[in-house]
Design a protein around this ligand. Structure first.
Ligand code: HEC
Length: 157
């Protein structure tokens, strides 16, 4: 009997805690709005940068992690699928290095994003096929594609 009462009370308390967490979570994401979107896209962009650096170390400098190569190129191909989706209308202010051109020249931004994804897919396919010449060419053109978007759409330090 005592045990049952305790269980009911424990259940009540833990339910209250979970509900409290859910409520504060909702308030949290409400407050942060654009901030969390910006954090997410910058984190994703840094992950792209990290995977490009790891790819360069293997492909250009011969780091002995060839068996990891397709993990890196697959991530880049997957994560570049829809870059414009990372830049919704209300995320153009605050701690962002995105230039206003992202929201002004929407078509060009989308076009560069598509080209980038195509280049990433081509690189990943070359890796899957083990075609060294195509891997090298694919890596270079992907890098150029990342840079050409940053040139027009990202604030320089
Ligand atoms: C279609 C345009 C576009 C493409 C393609 C693109 N980026 Fe970016 N990138 C941006 C913009 C815009 C920002 C600034 C985001 C912000 O500060 O909100 C950015 C930011 C970054 C950052 C800085 C993140 C930070 O911590 O602030 C890195 C690193 C980066 N990109 C790497 C890459 C790499 C590597 C590729 C290619 C695999 C790539 N990007 C492709 C537009 C692009």
């Amino acid at each position: 009997m005592y045990r049952r009462v305790m269980n009911a009370r424990t259940l009540l308390v833990s339910t209250a805690i979970v509900l409290g967490m859910m409520a504060s979570g909702a308030v949290h994401s409400f407050d942060e709005g654009a901030g969390v979107t910006i954090d997410y896209r910058q984190g994703l962009m840094r992950a792209l940068g990290g995977n490009m650096a790891a790819t360069a170390a293997i492909v250009v400098d011969g780091a002995p992690f060839r068996d990891q190569l397709s993990t890196h190129t697959r991530y880049i191909a997957d994560a570049t699928r829809d870059i414009p989706a990372l830049f919704p209308e209300d995320s153009d202010f605050g701690e962002t290095d995105a230039l206003p051109s992202v929201w002004e020249d929407v078509e060009r931004f989308a076009e560069l994003s598509r080209e980038n994804h195509d280049a990433a897919v081509a690189l990943h396919e070359a890796v899957e096929q083990g075609d060294d010449a195509a891997i090298m060419a694919g890596f270079r053109s992907l890098g150029e594609s990342c840079r050409s978007c940053h040139e027009d759409f990202r604030r320089r330090e």
